[in-house]
Design a protein around this ligand. Structure first.
Ligand code: ADP
Length: 302
């Protein structure tokens, strides 16, 4: 197990930022912590990277406890904080050599810095001052800095916030590449990011985990897992349709159409077909509407 959090609570004075949170991340997974502002994402990441101690509960990285074995944890973790504190007056290569020095990489410093500059696509910027770089390139420097000591686990706090669409695509691609070799936990409030980059999503709201599932399945987690859109040839008895097993609600769309919200894992279209036959209705069209992650997120985090 790369990351293990058990019953973690964090209080800031009287305010509870995390409430009895438990989750784990396996080696090699790319997992998103998804939640609105103030959900507790940064707090969880600061605990995982030994910047803040939890109030109660246990957290470990690759088996090392973040409080009692912080040195080992820091060696194993690369961290890109939300407000990446780069030294704007330093040159890119100079800064990365400085960070590599902090990690005591010794003779490997030059080679390692060159490798990270190559990996993060900074070759043309290596001789520039960080202050002269665009936000997208500063994020690359942040990623290079987080990767410099070859950590097993990468913690990225809102890695794409403030980037333009081109930069966003590039940084996501970079994270996907890095994710082939390392365990990655990233935080975001952008649903498309989860769909584009992550294998699994942990949804957090007001300090509580409200969902934890593979990205592809999260749509099914919500109560109403599937919606069937149907159009009959004439008016139909909506009340009877509502009584059908597995149907949560029927929302009428014009006099002859409706959207059927279903709770069932099962595909209810055959039943809708039989319903039509029993009531001498002709089905003009019928299809499935998948809920987007965004819709699920809204419903789970209200
Ligand atoms: P997120 O990263 O999901 O936006 P945070 O972990 O930053 O959420 O914040 C969780 C809650 O804890 C918020 O209500 C925030 O105001 C509060 N909080 C965060 N840091 C501090 C702090 N240093 N002191 C007091 N409250 C804090």
């Amino acid at each position: 197990m790369s990351i293990e959090a058990k019953n973690v609570t964090k209080l800031y004075g009287a305010q509870k930022a995390l409430n009895n949170v438990s989750f784990s991340v396996n080696q090699g997974e790319v997992v998103a912590l998804l939640g609105p502002n103030g959900a507790g994402k940064s707090t969880m990441m600061k605990i995982l990277t030994c910047y803040l101690p939890q109030t109660s509960g246990q957290v470990s990285v690759c088996g090392f406890d973040v409080v009692s074995q912080a040195l080992e944890v820091r060696r194993l973790v690369g961290y890109l904080p939300e407000h990446n504190p780069l030294y704007l007056e330093m040159y890119v290569r100079e800064y990365l050599e400085f960070v590599a020095g902090i990690h005591k990489l010794g003779k490997q410093i030059r080679q390692r810095v060159s490798d990270m500059i190559g990996l993060t696509g900074l070759s043309l910027e290596a001789g520039k001052k960080i202050g002269a770089l665009s936000k997208g390139y500063r994020q690359r420097v942040g990623l290079a800095q987080a990767l410099i000591h070859d950590p097993k686990v990468l913690i990225l706090d809102e890695p794409t916030s403030g980037l333009d669409p081109n930069q966003l695509g590039e940084i996501r691609q970079l994270i996907r590449n890095i994710g082939k070799e390392k365990t990655v936990l990233l935080s975001t409030h952008i649903m498309q990011e989860v769909e584009a980059v992550c294998d699994r999503v942990i949804i957090i709201n007001r300090g509580n985990i409200v969902a934890d599932a593979p990205t592809s399945q999260v749509q099914l987690l919500n109560q109403t897992s599937r919606i069937i859109r149907v159009e009959f040839d004439r008016a139909y008895p909506a009340g009877k349709l509502r009584e059908m097993d597995g149907v949560v609600d029927v929302v009428e769309a014009g006099p002859t159409g409706c959207r059927i919200f279903t709770q069932s894992e099962r595909d209810l279209r055959p039943e809708v077909f039989r319903f039509a036959v029993n009531h001498q209705l002709v089905i003009l069209s019928m299809d499935h509407e998948e809920q987007s992650l965004e819709q699920v997120f809204r419903q789970l985090t209200v």
